[in-house]
Design a protein around this ligand. Structure first.
Ligand code: THU
Length: 134
């Protein structure tokens, strides 16, 4: 894995966090990631009066990934309203897994970890492919 400037990536995540729409939880979140072509994508949480419809920052990031040309994520970080590293929720680990490059690394509350470490034995596109191929 190439060197990652985690401080710079966290600054981008914090900038995204300041755009969060989180009037219900008052818990703004920002996420940022490096794509395998060198792009940087980011996102913030976007809540809704119908609480369950709210979008995590990772949803916004993955939408930006797709809208700006796709690719695979190689490094990811996420921050809370204080700018402290935040662990992606379970659903968002799955979301990130779908778009992860082999060996994708995440900045976590317990250090740098790979996507396989934060989502062991993941269900993903391969299982669907294997079933399809009998
Ligand atoms: N949230 C995220 O945006 N990402 C996560 O990984 C954890 C939770 C948001 C969802 C909700 O808007 C707020 O944090 C409180 O749960």
């Amino acid at each position: 894995m190439a060197d990652v400037d985690w401080d710079a990536l966290r600054v981008t995540a914090a900038e995204a966090m300041r755009r969060a729409y989180a009037p219900y939880s008052d818990f703004p979140v920002g996420a940022a990631a490096i794509v395998d072509d060198g792009r940087v994508v980011s996102g913030c949480n976007v809540e809704n009066a119908s609480y369950g419809v709210g979008l995590c920052a990772e949803c916004s990031l993955v939408s930006q990934l797709t809208m700006t040309g796709g690719g695979k994520l190689v490094a990811f970080t996420c921050v809370d309203g204080k700018g402290d590293v935040l662990m992606p929720c379970g659903r968002c680990r799955q979301l990130l897994y779908e778009h992860s490059a082999e060996g994708m690394v995440l900045e976590t509350v317990s250090g740098i970890k790979t996507i396989d470490e934060v989502l062991p034995d993941a269900f993903g596109p391969r299982q669907l492919e294997e079933f399809r191929n009998g």
